[in-house]
Design a protein around this ligand. Sequence first.
Ligand SMILES: *[C@@H]1O[C@H](CO)[C@@H](O)[C@H](O)[C@H]1NC(C)=O
Ligand SMILES: *[C@@H]1O[C@H](CO)[C@@H](O)[C@H](O)[C@H]1NC(C)=O
Ligand SMILES: *[C@@H]1O[C@H](CO)[C@@H](O)[C@H](O)[C@H]1NC(C)=O
Ligand SMILES: *[C@@H]1O[C@H](CO)[C@@H](O)[C@H](O)[C@H]1NC(C)=O
Ligand SMILES: *[C@@H]1O[C@H](CO)[C@@H](O)[C@H](O)[C@H]1NC(C)=O
Ligand SMILES: *[C@@H]1O[C@H](CO)[C@@H](O)[C@H](O)[C@H]1NC(C)=O
Ligand SMILES: *[C@@H]1O[C@H](CO)[C@@H](O)[C@H](O)[C@H]1NC(C)=O
Ligand SMILES: *[C@@H]1O[C@H](CO)[C@@H](O)[C@H](O)[C@H]1NC(C)=O
Ligand SMILES: *[C@@H]1O[C@H](CO)[C@@H](O)[C@H](O)[C@H]1NC(C)=O
Ligand SMILES: *[C@@H]1O[C@H](CO)[C@@H](O)[C@H](O)[C@H]1NC(C)=O
Ligand SMILES: *[C@@H]1O[C@H](CO)[C@@H](O)[C@H](O)[C@H]1NC(C)=O
Ligand SMILES: *[C@@H]1O[C@H](CO)[C@@H](O)[C@H](O)[C@H]1NC(C)=O
Length: 690
Amino acid sequence: MRFQSVLASASLLCLATAHAGHRRRSVPSSPEALNPKLTNTIPNAQGGPTLYYNGSGPVPPYDRTSPIPPPLHPLSKQEIEDNIFNELEAIVNGDSLTTKCSKCIAGTEIMHLAAITQPVDVVVNLLIRACEAFPTVKDSISAATCYEEYSGIGGTGPYLAQLFAKMSAATGDMQGWCYFQWDTCSQPPTIAIDESQYFKPKPENKTTAPTPSSSQKRIITARSIKTINVLHLSDWHIDPRYDIGSEGNCTQYLCCRPYSTNTDLSTTSANASIPASRFGSLYCDTPADLALSAFSTMDQFVKRSSINFTIFTGDIVSHDHTDQLSRDYVEYEEKITFETFKAQMGNSPIYPTLGNHDSLPEAYTSPNSISDGDSNGRSNLFSWNYELLANMWSSDGWISRSDASYASTHYGAYATVTSSNLKIISINTDFWYTANIFNYYNMTNPDTSGILTFLADELQKSEDINQRVWIIGHVLSGYDGSNALPNPSALFYSIVRRFSPSTIAGIFFGHTHQDQLMIYYDYLPNSTIATNSSSVLRNTTLVDYSKPLSVGYIGPSITPLSGNNAGWVLLEVDAETFSVVNTQTYFANVSDANSWTTPVWEFEYDTRQVYDPNNTVPANAPLDGPFWHGVTENMLANNTLVEVYNFLETKSSAVTKKCDTKACAEQKVCYIRSGSTTLGNACPQDSGPV
Ligand SMILES: *[C@@H]1O[C@H](CO)[C@@H](O)[C@H](O)[C@H]1NC(C)=O
Ligand SMILES: *[C@@H]1O[C@H](CO)[C@@H](O)[C@H](O)[C@H]1NC(C)=O
Ligand SMILES: *[C@@H]1O[C@H](CO)[C@@H](O)[C@H](O)[C@H]1NC(C)=O
Ligand SMILES: *[C@@H]1O[C@H](CO)[C@@H](O)[C@H](O)[C@H]1NC(C)=O
Ligand SMILES: *[C@@H]1O[C@H](CO)[C@@H](O)[C@H](O)[C@H]1NC(C)=O
Ligand SMILES: *[C@@H]1O[C@H](CO)[C@@H](O)[C@H](O)[C@H]1NC(C)=O
Ligand SMILES: *[C@@H]1O[C@H](CO)[C@@H](O)[C@H](O)[C@H]1NC(C)=O
Ligand SMILES: *[C@@H]1O[C@H](CO)[C@@H](O)[C@H](O)[C@H]1NC(C)=O
Ligand SMILES: *[C@@H]1O[C@H](CO)[C@@H](O)[C@H](O)[C@H]1NC(C)=O
Ligand SMILES: *[C@@H]1O[C@H](CO)[C@@H](O)[C@H](O)[C@H]1NC(C)=O
Ligand SMILES: *[C@@H]1O[C@H](CO)[C@@H](O)[C@H](O)[C@H]1NC(C)=O
Ligand SMILES: *[C@@H]1O[C@H](CO)[C@@H](O)[C@H](O)[C@H]1NC(C)=O
């Protein structure tokens, strides 16, 4: 091999020379030069050896192999770990790499190589050692110690070992990880979406929403259509460890626990600055009585028996630290929550979706394709959770057994049809949530799990039979752009644009704990980058703000965390088209909780009264994209209206931060107009509360 390559490079050199036009000059031949004598003709000094030509005589032939160096002594497992750790340390603390980004990428590559060659315990040890050695890592953990975070009660290390094994520079994973998790690299560009992989082009006859049901005339003030009541609940976050009287304004997460303290005020739970009320506290999760009162007081505003169905957009479990959570705790919370919902709402169905807190570790969800599944041979590491939830949902009669069977093998997702023929598609939005570590491999594929393909397929089936659809999820696709990863968020935007406003009648999220919404728009004609017979590449950032198509409602939370009042929304919905024609929000002013003898819930606002006080929109017309776009136009012209929206976002909380500047108003409107992360990221930042 070696001989051949020497020859090969020699002949390459000749070729190069010939190519460069250098031809050997013909020199007069001399008889001496042609003398074929294979030994020296110039005599050596006395005692010197004879020297040879052309490998003749004792010159070793070409085929002699030489001894190779003996191997270094094999490293023990401990020595391998130490060596890998030394490299990490040299990369992080040394000066051979000079930028934070290059250090982060190189360190992640080392972890990738460790994960594909070493047993899991070595990777976990490396994580613990890196955490103990590097302050950036230590500051990022949620558990009390590095050990508890990665190996002890928190135990995220074995999951991270799976992630590191799967990462590749080929799909930009290290850069993505180093930007989104460690803020050390520049943001990777958002990909163009190859829409043809997910759906057919929008047909000409599917570009408008159905007209409001049974409405022959446009009645201005009185509704002449049949409507149904739908309850939207979100972010329940019940805290079964809530301690009455403990410090409610603590300086460390989570407040209202026996161990909560305020280090600024030198208070503990024994002499709390704001003692946690039995009925709730502004910086705490939901205690039992606040949670139950949301239902028990509901009948004074709307009879529960008149609620056609409920959507619950996720987040059951309290905001505990990594090392306070366990599978037992998550399962307990999930069980008592759905048992409570069932008991409170009777036969009125509830359509739930998974929140990032409804798993263990928090936010972790992995694609079925990642591994051989769990240790019991099931399809996914988190099958225990999907099976538990899906079984509860079907035994409560909310979804069918076949829907539950799909959900238990597909991340809790399902598509179900209500008794009034609305399809509800529930997706697991952890597949775009930035805190789900399993999103940091194959990052240029916007749908590694297949969840968005499922969504598009279900929408297509409904379009084919003129059935309307609601999409429910937990983590929002856009707004300020801090929650969803750009590529899946871009694909979702394309799906929404494709099936709106004709098939999609509503989109609902939770997660922020605030009462908000986003508008999705059509694309500009020049958003199509390249087309050929089989493919449409879409630049999802080129949107036409004069063509609003759809609205994503972000439901307010039951939990007050952080600084919000508790709230829920009643939707008034066209009984045939399932378009939302009005919404009303109800709230409990948690600032007053210490003076209550029982939680006081109140009517907060009616959307039409607040945002269309002069009834310019016909009563039967939906609160659709154009309606809300008009509201944002009014907001830009009238800062008072922005302040109204800003106050209602927190459910009229006494600690709402002001949004009384033009910069804040423009930022707020930009967020409302951003249904995807890349659009949200392009908004002005830091001009006021999100
Ligand atoms: C040099 O060696 C090669 C092969 O070993 C042979 O073909 C060639 O004739 C030799 N040249 C002379 C001048 O002997
Ligand atoms: C999409 O368009 C924006 C604005 O022109 C541009 O900055 C971006 O690079 C484009 N993205 C793709 C994937 O072509
Ligand atoms: C709508 O368009 C599609 C394809 O463009 C066609 O197959 C379908 O028949 C049309 N439907 C109606 C009601 O015209
Ligand atoms: C909570 O405590 C902080 C000091 O840690 C203080 O600045 C703040 O005013 C307190 N909040 C309330 C509502 O009392
Ligand atoms: C609260 O109690 C702690 C522990 O007993 C004490 O150190 C602290 O001074 C008290 N704080 C106030 C504000 O009284
Ligand atoms: C929901 O609405 C449908 C259609 O109007 C009706 O058949 C069903 O009984 C209603 N369910 C409830 C719980 O009101
Ligand atoms: C990554 O995505 C590609 C498509 O972009 C897919 O073919 C491949 O199977 C995915 N790899 C993994 C490990 O999921
Ligand atoms: C796309 O078209 C819009 C509106 O016509 C224009 O403002 C924008 O500059 C164009 N962008 C690109 C990247 O071509
Ligand atoms: C069309 O585009 C797709 C995706 O970009 C590509 O795979 C395919 O080869 C293209 N076909 C032609 C005929 O150029
Ligand atoms: C909530 O209660 C606080 C404390 O009593 C009060 O200052 C505030 O005005 C109340 N908010 C509303 C919207 O009623
Ligand atoms: C509603 O009408 C009144 C009286 O014409 C006008 O002063 C007010 O500005 C209008 N409000 C809005 C939001 O357009
Ligand atoms: C601005 O908005 C406020 C709050 O909705 C409203 O009371 C006021 O009439 C609006 N002003 C104008 C000029 O429309």
